[in-house]
Design a protein around this ligand. Structure first.
Ligand SMILES: [Ca+2]
Length: 186
């Protein structure tokens, strides 16, 4: 019995070491938001080529205004390692500006309890091709979230809330420009 419980404990520790601690999972919003779309359209033509987006609101810099995490997907806008995450800062009056555009990431986007230069760290994952999932941290550098990930997260040090947690569900998020490939890979 002692041996058996020791083995079980080791297995559980191994699992907990590999993943950040998620305290809550939040599904993406369902309703299209023109203010979010306008902010992205001012920066990029990606929405015209996309099949949809998933988003959540959260105040990332604790200025009292809700910022937005937007994940844009579609056959023509994703790579084999993921799609594009936009981070929008609320500038008041129902307007947003794009703070960051991070390519080739996978939701959920875990908003860590740890902050860098006033903004919460964001954790995304890299997976596919049979490799073991890895988690990456994106930190604010004073102007943007660096597209260069700062390195492997020590999962034991990460605790946070997972946003856009329903990525992969065919009914998740806002659908645009539905083409023949819509949902084919999901
Ligand atoms: Ca804010």
């Amino acid at each position: 019995m002692l041996v058996a419980s020791f083995v079980i404990t080791m297995v559980m520790l191994g699992q907990s070491n590999r993943v950040p601690k998620v305290t809550q999972s939040i599904r993406s919003e369902k309703k299209a938001d023109s203010t979010v779309e306008n902010a992205i359209n001012r920066k990029s033509g990606i929405l015209k080529e996309s099949e949809g987006y998933l988003y959540n609101r959260i105040d990332l810099d604790l200025d009292g205004k809700q910022d937005v995490l937007v994940y844009v997907w579609g056959q023509d806008v994703c790579g084999s390692s993921g799609c594009t995450l936009f981070i929008l800062k609320s500038i008041g009056g129902g307007s947003y500006e794009v703070v960051s555009e991070l390519e080739l990431v996978h939701p959920p986007v875990i908003v860590s309890q740890h902050r860098t230069k006033g903004w919460y760290d964001l954790v995304t994952s890299v997976y596919g091709g049979g490799v073991e999932p890895r988690y990456w941290v994106h930190q604010f550098d004073g102007r943007t979230y660096d597209g260069e990930v700062v390195g492997n997260v020590n999962p034991q040090e990460v605790q946070g809330i997972a946003y856009i947690s329903d990525w992969g569900r065919s009914d998740a998020g806002v659908h645009l420009n539905a083409g023949p490939a819509n949902g084919a890979e999901r």
